[in-house]
Design a protein around this ligand. Sequence first.
Ligand SMILES: [Zn+2]
Ligand SMILES: [Zn+2]
Length: 157
Amino acid sequence: MFFVLWYYYTRGDNMRELYYCAKCGNTKTGEKQCLICQGQDIVIVPKKYVSYVADVIPVLNEELKEEFLEKVVKISPSFDPYWFEHKDEISQNMKQQYEKVKSFQKEQANVPKCPTCNSTDIKKISVMSKAVGATMFGLLSKTARSQFKCKHCGYMW
Ligand SMILES: [Zn+2]
Ligand SMILES: [Zn+2]
């Protein structure tokens, strides 16, 4: 939500148009290409059907939504009933994919890296080998305090 606000604010006043995809009727589209059906027939929604959230964000007027769909979207030469029927489902899937990618990236970001060579090929030192290290080299040995060992350069931290 914050991003959307920021997006419209930075676009400036004179660009507050609402666009729809003439192929699938999606109104949450970019200005050049529909994010759902990849269609490039992007048209400005007539002012009549637009209302503004917080005076900034153009959205489809809910009360006139049906009329808009019947009188504008469905009569468009590029209108494609298949995409129209499935667009919500598809955008839902895309959202889930996006969430997956995001959580994957987050996981990736949490993967520990070797501080010296940046390798992610590292080994978590088990409690067992820590204990062995501790008895063999004394409690203050580096191994005893380390948690990870880099398999690439051998650094331990
Ligand atoms: Zn579309
Ligand atoms: Zn390393």
